[in-house]
Design a protein around this ligand. Structure first.
Ligand code: ATP
Ligand code: MG
Ligand code: MG
Length: 355
């Protein structure tokens, strides 16, 4: 079996490695700043667990391999200008946008996009970092360091945020997980719920959109599509050409997790439509010290990423899954008592959805 090298060695790389064991695949996450160049064989595969990477000897070495999957796609998706242009070219609905040029003005942006405009860095933003709001009533100008480095988006008064995780193999076969409902607070994902019967009627719309994106780019592997729901219409917020935080629930709630699905796709193993088991909820552990009490709660799976605790940092996640929703509800109530007060809104949101 060839080795699957993963560009990036964070939690996503670690969870890909975990998922590789039953497939007897050797997965090797690689730190971009590593001093050692990995010894890559001609038939090895290279995939990524991050959207952007620094230019280092290791990243240059990995990305120049013949087995680097999706080589020409990452640059197009990692730069919001190219990603939004691609969505427009494919006639896939997305928030109206403009490029922030070196001579752009806030007045122009408000005239074209409305009273509330969100500036996003073309490259490198994540967890809502790399964003800046322009509100017409505040009369603020575009900050100098945004000129020539960003795009501007119209504020979408969305009803809620949904994501679709899907996978495509090199022959064009595609599989999708059910839509996932996501709660973001201050731009960072806090919780996900799937499946959810009240959004099931949007599944085919979402699959058609992500299917078109994956087919048109010839993409191989797992891709996530973050959407805004506005009534019965979906709008793409952004794409992630990799395994995604909103798909972590599949570790507990699907017969093939997103991590295993990605490995199957990139290494030419068969994809399988994922049977989904019971009700899943995923709660992200953000800026909170780990608590071994979480391990005692029934119907939960805990993942700690082994990172230093810092406010606002993603440190782990907890999957709750059970065939009976009531068991998940009870587990949520127990978990709630073991997380800080800023999680009150998260639990209120989840509990209301599961009622
Ligand atoms: P991620 O960690 O998901 O990669 P990111 O930093 O790349 O996040 P986005 O996903 O583009 O940023 O935006 C973060 C959040 O900000 C969205 O999930 C949504 O809640 C809000 N948001 C983004 N774009 C808009 C918009 N056009 N109108 C209203 N809210 C928006
Ligand atoms: Mg993003
Ligand atoms: Mg996002």
């Amino acid at each position: 079996m060839p080795t699957v090298w993963v560009l990036g060695a964070g939690q996503l790389g670690a969870m890909l490695k975990q998922a590789a064991y039953p497939l007897a695949l050797n997965v090797e996450p690689v730190e971009p700043d590593s001093e050692h160049l990995p010894n890559i064989a001609a038939d090895d595969i290279v995939t990524v667990e991050r959207e952007q990477w620094p230019d280092t000897p290791v990243t240059r070495h990995l990305s120049s391999q013949a087995g680097f999957i999706n080589a020409d796609i990452f640059g197009r998706i990692a730069d919001r200008f190219h990603q939004k242009s691609m969505l427009d070219d494919l006639a896939i609905s997305t928030a109206p946008w403009r490029v922030v040029n070196t001579d752009s003005t806030a007045q122009e942006m408000h005239a074209e996009l409305g009273a509330h405009v969100l500036l996003k860095r073309r490259e490198g933003g994540y967890d809502g970092k790399g964003q800046h709001w322009l509100h017409k009533d505040d009369g603020g100008a575009i900050p100098a360091d945004w000129l020539g480095t960003g795009i501007a988006e119209q504020k979408i008064p969305f009803d809620e945020e949904l994501s679709l995780v899907g996978a495509r193999d090199k022959d064009g076969n595609k599989v999708f997980y059910p839509l996932t409902l996501n709660l973001h607070v201050n731009g960072i994902l806090m919780a996900s719920i799937s499946p959810l019967s009240r959004v099931a009627h949007l599944q085919s719309q979402a699959e058609a959109m992500l299917g078109k994106i994956m087919d048109s780019t010839g993409y191989v592997g797992v891709m996530a599509m973050e959407c805004f729901r506005v009534g019965d219409a979906l709008m793409v917020n952004e794409l992630a050409p990799r395994v995604h935080n909103s798909g972590h629930w599949t570790q507990a709630g699907a017969c093939v997790s997103q991590f295993e699905m990605h490995l199957r796709a990139v290494s030419g193993l068969p994809l399988k439509a994922p049977d989904v088991r019971g009700q899943s909820v995923m709660i992200n552990v953000i800026g909170v010290e780990r608590n071994i009490g979480w391990l005692k709660i029934p119907a939960t799976q805990c993942y700690w990423y082994g990172k230093d605790v810092r406010p606002g940092r993603k440190l782990g996640h907890i999957n709750l899954n059970h065939p009976q929703k009531s068991v998940v509800q009870t587990a949520l109530s127990e978990l709630h008592t073991l997380l800080p007060q800023n999680y009150d809104q998260v639990f209120a949101w989840v509990k209301q959805e599961l009622e």
